[in-house]
Design a protein around this ligand. Sequence first.
Ligand code: GLN
Length: 204
Amino acid sequence: SLTAGVVAVQGDVEEHAAAIERAAAARDREVTVREIRESGLIPDCDLLAMPGGESTTISRLVRDEEIAPEIRAHVAAGKPLLATCAGLIVASSDPNDDRVDQLGLLDVSVERNAFGRQKDSFEAPLEVDGLDEPYPAVFIRAPAIDSVGDAEVLAAWDDRPVAVRQGPVVGTSFHPELTPDSRIHSLAFFENEAARVPGLEESR
Ligand code: GLN
């Protein structure tokens, strides 16, 4: 059975846990989801999600609880990480905001709240590389990706990249945990050939 971690200092934690469970069930994989609020748990995780929320708060707590070096080690070991919305900002190499301590796991610079404020939240049918049908993407005070270095763009909205992949890391501006459609979680965890997941090689 796989172990998944959801960084749970703030944000849509239960929704991510449910999406991971749906994506795993669709592949007949068993998964146990753990909420990560302290260091020492990530080394046992095969998959990791970092949710949306408030990027300044998430980055501060991840740093103060010494979770940050474990997330870096997870990715360095080739294990998959899905970073969504505020999680994408924290995972980026340049958040364009001094209050965010970035992890530098995705070689992108981002602009916080680039698609407007809360009232401007919207859902868009997004064409995503690797998905046959458009994905119903929910954007909430979403960041845009301004420039992309080594990362690969998987989707764009309004001519701005909103989903990227770099090795085992997938980042999205939108919230794939907020719709019943678990294809983005599948893409990040079970269909990314650059990521190592135990027992996956034979089923891929
Ligand atoms: N606006 C938030 C931030 O910049 C991100 C929004 C979200 O995660 N829904 O941290």
